[in-house]
Design a protein around this ligand. Structure first.
Ligand code: NI
Length: 179
């Protein structure tokens, strides 16, 4: 079990466009994914993208089979490993929602995201994933996949009056977490 250091906004490695994964079902890939889940759980993250630990590849993980204490009002999303994702919006409708990011600790902001998307890609074994999702699930996958093209959620904020410190915006929410 290895908890990796999560890179913070300002690190140029968070701004790269990641290349696709070419080799599936390898020992090194399984180990990396296991370490990413350990890292994500250690900070109660909703998701984690490989570039956030300095690994330049199109790999994101998200979901947990339990309610996340950082997002107590959000429905659980099944534990997902997603490689080489492609997201297709299914309508132009956007939805505003609060987001945080382990690479932007202590802050939250309102970000518009496509309300309903289809996403495709592969799991760690190379099996195809093809899902149509909405709501929080759609938001999480858009947020995580943005990390693969060098985008952090503050770059998507339209209304900066809805951006600030978590402890001020949501007093009492998870005092134990640093993000
Ligand atoms: Ni993030």
């Amino acid at each position: 079990m290895t908890i990796h250091t999560i890179l913070k906004m300002g690190d140029p490695r968070l701004l790269r466009v990641a290349p696709p994964v070419l080799a599936f079902d390898t020992d090194s890939l399984h180990l990396l994914i296991s370490d990413m889940f350990d890292t994500m759980h250690s900070v109660n993250g909703a998701g984690l993208a490989a570039p956030q630990i300095g690994i330049d590849m199109q790999l994101v993980i998200f979901g947990t089979d339990e309610v996340n204490p950082r997002y107590p009002d959000s429905p659980p999303i099944a534990r997902t490993v997603l490689l080489n994702p492609v997201i297709t919006p299914l309508s132009d409708a956007l939805e505003d929602g609060w987001e945080g990011c382990l690479s932007v600790p202590g802050l939250r902001g309102v970000v518009p995201r496509f309300a309903r998307v289809r996403y495709t890609g592969f799991d760690q074994y190379g099996d195809a994933i093809d899902r149509t999702v909405d709501g929080f699930h759609a938001r999480v996958v858009q947020h995580e996949c943005d990390h693969l093209v060098g985008k952090l959620y503050p770059m998507r904020i339209k209304d900066f009056t809805q951006f600030g410190f978590t402890e001020v915006l949501f007093p009492g929410l998870d005092a134990g977490d640093d993000d």
